[in-house]
Design a protein. Structure first.
Length: 288
């Protein structure tokens, strides 16, 4: 025996009527608020699960984009840091050059001879030859034999000249010799290079000579190659051997042989020549 259920259209009608009654009751009264709240609470997980895929996709996309942004910003910051570091190095180099120029000008003020400022542009690749190359030559009036100084003392002498550059033999070279005297008492001797940039040998000094550690040696002017009175070295070590007629003396150069970049080339009065007005030439402490 077959029993037919309610007609689908009738069920739909009942649902509509019940919904309308609930809407009317909810509009006119708050009695269904608790039931609505309970239903919404129960359906919250359904809502969360329904939106989970889209929210997860948005979160993953934001994470991916944020990492790209961070990488890009990090690269930009590193680039800026390199630029700033380069600028800092450049400014430090300019400050160092400015200080060196000030020292050179201060040194030039105490000289009686005319000088010209040059820059070291090369060094000798031979480890047994202590020579440098400066950017002044025949076009600047440079000649062989002129003394070269830095802000601290005598560096050496011009040994070769080309049109625009000159080669300078440093006082530390083993073939170089400078007639010097002790500024304290006028004792004369010969200062020889020994191939070491940080010390020189003072020779032919008798063991009875009045000489002490710390004495300053200046050029004596004998021989006419170096002008008199330029600081050359300072006595650093004295060794006296029993029975030996001479003492062994070591001296530290006053000039910064391996560090100075700007130098002074000295024109002695007897070799003074006219130089172009465009060159930075200092005479008696003033620019000419």
């Amino acid at each position: 025996m077959f029993v037919q259920g309610p007609v689908p259209g009738l069920r739909f009608f009942f649902v509509i009527m019940i919904s309308a009654a609930l809407i009317a009751a909810d509009t006119r009264s708050d009695k269904l608020a608790l039931a609505r709240s309970t239903i919404e609470t129960g359906l919250a997980p359904v809502y969360w699960l329904g939106h989970a895929p889209s929210r997860f996709g948005d979160w993953f996309g934001e994470l991916f984009v944020s990492r790209e942004d961070l990488a890009q910003k990090n690269e930009e910051l590193e680039t800026r840091l390199l630029i700033l570091e380069r600028r800092a190095l450049k400014y430090a180099a300019l400050a160092s050059e400015n200080n060196e120029l000030r020292r050179l000008l201060n040194s030039a003020e105490v000289l009686d001879d005319r000088v010209i400022v040059g820059e070291v542009v090369g060094i000798s690749p031979d480890p047994y030859t202590h020579e440098i190359v400066i950017n002044k030559g025949q076009s600047d009036g440079i000649t062989v034999g002129q003394a070269v100084l830095d802000a601290e003392g005598l560096m050496g002498q011009i040994v070769q000249v080309s049109q625009f550059t000159s080669r300078v033999l440093l006082v530390s070279d083993s073939s170089h010799a400078v007639p010097v005297e002790v500024i304290r008492n006028g004792l004369r001797a010969i200062l020889l290079g020994n191939g070491q940039a940080d010390n020189l040998d003072l020779v032919h000094v008798p063991d009875t000579a009045d000489i002490r550690a710390g004495d300053v040696l200046v050029s004596s002017g004998l021989g006419g190659r170096f002008p008199r009175g330029y600081p050359v070295a300072e006595i650093s070590e004295i060794t006296k051997e029993p029975g030996e007629p001479f003492v062994t003396l070591r001296a530290t150069p006053k000039a910064r042989l391996n560090q100075s970049r700007l130098v002074l080339v000295v024109f002695q009065p007897e070799t003074r020549q006219e130089t172009p007005d465009s060159e930075a030439v200092v005479e008696g402490g003033g620019a000419s």
